[in-house]
Design a protein around this ligand. Sequence first.
Ligand code: C5P
Length: 237
Amino acid sequence: MIKDRLIVALDVPSLKEAEKLVKTLSPAVNIFKVGKELFTSAGPDVVKMIHAKKKKVFLDLKFHDIPNTVGSACEAAAKLGVFMLNVHVSGGRAMLYAAAQSVAKGSRGRKTKAPILLGVTVLTSMTEEDLKETGVKKKVQDQVRDLAKLAQNCGLDGVVASGQEIELIRKATSPSFIIVTPGVRPLWAAHGDQKRIVTPVQAMQKGAHFIVVGRPITQSTDPCKAARDILEEINRQ
Ligand code: C5P
């Protein structure tokens, strides 16, 4: 179902505001992304609030640390029963193995499925120049492709990728490797600070399994209608 491929980013600072949005969007949206700002201010209560409303959580905390620490964090996230979570692929092979094993361990004995474990390749805010300064002398796209392959190799279920990277990752990985694409903009929405954008329809056509949409929905005067309009746009294709 198309509805199960739309993720709405809850980029708000408090539990109260998040709850208001989830309530408003409930008729149209099944998955909500909780990022660093909201989780840092509201903690696991925000995950529990979303679950209480029978909705799913993408816990977007992009873990990146030594394998033992990331493993423990992933196990804790799996125990919270989230639907999806992510780590930085640049944390390396041992960290990725620890993440994958710990997600499985944290999910043991739970009624819900194990969370989808995603990798973040190169942050879309980074240029080739930025990469070079961190010691990576590759083109951004080559680094994205190589990190996506490493993620798959280490047992991750997929990656977060911009609209520009979907096809390149699709070619380098197996069809079941999940691609989650943020920064998508319907033609009727303001672009905000997102520069290289694709529409929801284009993202799906290129091979994204899920799209993440924030402000075009959450800052709309009628968020539920905005979400429905996006779903309709996709359904028409
Ligand atoms: O409001 P907007 O639709 O731009 O929100 C997109 C969401 O996806 C935000 O939570 C943002 O942090 C996240 N994101 C992104 N671009 C990336 C990775 C994540 O916009 N490359």
